[in-house]
Write a protein that binds this ligand. Structure first.
Ligand SMILES: Nc1nc2c(ncn2[C@@H]2O[C@H](COP(=O)(O)OP(=O)(O)O)[C@@H](O)[C@H]2O)c(=O)[nH]1
Ligand SMILES: [Mg+2]
Length: 341
């Protein structure tokens, strides 16, 4: 691996030199302050070429998967939920709760069923509003590329628009492009921006920001859920600052990968979940189901790349209606009640 050393008066100048010499995706492995300025060490992260021919592996498939049947009355809703990615466990919990009501589950067509099922599912979705002071200092964490920085920018913009004084701190100094990406957002939003390289830096940066701001949002480097050492390092960096932790998970993640991420990042104690990239999949119910099954409160759902527009506050009723496909039925029922009044 080729290592290079860059020295400059300020970090900004050093990063500019790095970008010129190595491109914006340069890997920064070390940054330190010297008497004359800053030293940045980069590594050439060119990945080795994949082997020319991968061995082919025959994957055995089970002929039939064991299936748990839903009651005839609930089956059409369950099918819609499954198509949307809701898990069988979550749907079974909804069905179980419906058994305690007077709704007819064993025959199709009970008009009360969509509204009741929606209410039950709504009750299973836990949400949080990232309220102050609990989320006064909050770190956005998650695997690489899930939309952490974009989400942070959207949250900062929303908080600013609501009249809060917001500051942004990044400890994602792993890649030069990451620092510059957040600096650009912070400039755009006209909010204070700090870069922290060490846990002590982070605490100082937060202390400076807290003096003048209502909310401090911390951006972090993406960490593979399988990299326990990197997760421990992240935990150690954040420990002194004790921020609230907001996990970003993509709606399109495979259930097993999302579960691994949820479990790995829970070492930091997750206070809120943002489901990102809802617009990139037809089965966002998988990540939603995980949140329900593990009791993680949802704060937002992001629905595109645009900052600040493409983010919505997680609304349990809206999520329940869209995952069970009952939105139209319930809207029509509400309209009928409205016209009858
Ligand atoms: N389609 C879509 N793309 C998103 C969303 N959020 C972020 N992205 C894109 O995902 C990519 C990675 O985002 P970034 O915030 O840098 O991820 P990070 O590495 O976790 O900080 C960028 O191209 C973003 O524009 C979203 O809700 N929908
Ligand atoms: Mg980022």
């Amino acid at each position: 691996m080729l290592m290079r050393r860059f020295e400059a008066r300020t970090l900004r100048e050093a990063l500019r030199d790095v970008a010129r010499a190595c491109g914006r995706d340069a890997l920064i492995v070390e940054t330190r302050q010297t008497r004359n300025g800053v030293v940045v060490i980069t590594a050439d992260a060119t990945a080795p070429e994949p082997a020319a021919s991968e061995p082919t592996v025959a994957i055995p498939r089970p002929a039939t998967m064991p299936r748990r049947e839903f009651a005839a009355g609930f089956a059409p809703l369950a099918e819609r939920g499954l198509a949307f990615g809701l898990s069988r466990d979550v749907l079974a919990a909804v069905e179980g709760a419906l058994r305690d009501t007077r709704v007819a589950l064993d025959r199709a067509g009970d008009p009360a069923l969509p509204a009741l099922a929606t209410r039950v599912l709504q009750g299973l979705v836990s949400t949080t509003r990232l309220e102050l002071p609990a989320f006064r200092v909050a770190a956005i964490v998650g695997p690489t590329g899930v939309g952490k920085t974009t989400t942070l920018a959207k949250l900062a913009a929303r908080a600013s628009a609501a009249g809060e004084r917001v500051a942004v701190v990044t400890i994602d100094t792993y890649r030069i492009a990451a620092v510059e990406q957040l600096r650009a957002f912070a400039d755009l939003l006209q909010v204070p921006f700090e870069v922290a390289f060490t846990p002590a830096d982070l605490q100082r940066a937060i202390a400076r920001c807290e003096a003048d701001c209502d909310r401090v949002l911390i951006d972090t480097s993406g960490r593979s859920p399988l990299d326990t050492q990197a997760l421990q390092a992240l935990r150690a960096t954040l420990a002194g600052a004790s921020p609230a932790v907001i996990l970003c998970l993509p709606a399109a993640a495979r259930r097993s990968d999302a579960l691994a991420a949820l479990q790995a990042f829970d070492a930091l104690t997750i206070d809120a979940l943002v489901v990102t990239k809802w617009d990139e999949t037809r089965t966002p119910g998988e990540t939603l189901s995980l949140a329900i099954e593990h009791g993680v409160p949802l704060s937002h759902v992001t629905v595109g790349q645009e900052v600040p527009d493409d983010i919505v506050v997680a609304d349990a009723r809206a999520l329940a209606m869209s995952t069970l496909g009952t939105a139209e039925v319930l809207d029509a029922a509400a309209a009928r009640q409205g016209s009858a009044r």
